[in-house]
Design a protein around this ligand. Sequence first.
Ligand SMILES: Nc1ncnc2c1ncn2[C@@H]1O[C@H](COP(=O)(O)OP(=O)(O)O)[C@@H](O)[C@H]1O
Ligand SMILES: [Mg+2]
Length: 220
Amino acid sequence: MIAFERVSKTYPSGQVALQDVSFHLPAGRLAFLTGPSGSGKSSLLRLIPLIDRPSSGKVLINGTDIGRVGAWRIPRLRRHIGVIFQNPHLLNEWSVFDNIALPLRVQHYPREETVRRVRAALDKVGLVDRESARPLELSGGEQQRVNIARALVARPSIILADEPTGNLDPELSFEIMRLFMQFNAAGVTMLIATHALDLIDAFDAPRLLLRDGRLTTEGL
Ligand SMILES: Nc1ncnc2c1ncn2[C@@H]1O[C@H](COP(=O)(O)OP(=O)(O)O)[C@@H](O)[C@H]1O
Ligand SMILES: [Mg+2]
């Protein structure tokens, strides 16, 4: 679950990004985070894996008030959260397999378990036959699917996506959204930021709507 209680965020520059934002996304649910460019979507998402901290208010993840989580516990908290950004940031010298295996290597998973999980993740995103390819040999849509496989390989309970289809054509964007719906059907809590309203109209999910850092919700 993800809960925000009266969260505000003002950057050191004085720019106000979020104002008094409250919502509750129960475990296993999926919601879209929408709003025009500059409305605060990325600022909101960055508070969840503790990439940034709120100026005031509380953020709760799976019941834990993350404002009270000490620096040494942050890596453990992040293991429950998969993050997908618009640009894949893949390591181009590495194979698809090694890119996806990275989060498991960091956590010292045994070799066999790593192979099993990477192949399962490749299967979920439909790339089983590309594990030895290098990222630059893949299309943009395939690169984004590698990015998604890497975010889910450690089996997070929460997946966050920030404009995940921003660089993809409408057909591929639709495929990526369908993939997210499947992960959610398997029990993953998902928050997907996008300003592509025509794309998400095809999917029946609640919306968190940001405007100038203020939130209105529909259907949650
Ligand atoms: N690191 C930052 N420092 C200062 N201002 C920022 C920073 N990140 C975002 N902003 C500002 O905060 C507001 C919200 O931005 P952002 O969260 O990126 O919106 P969105 O993702 O909806 O486009 C904007 O006015 C933006 O310029
Ligand atoms: Mg953004």
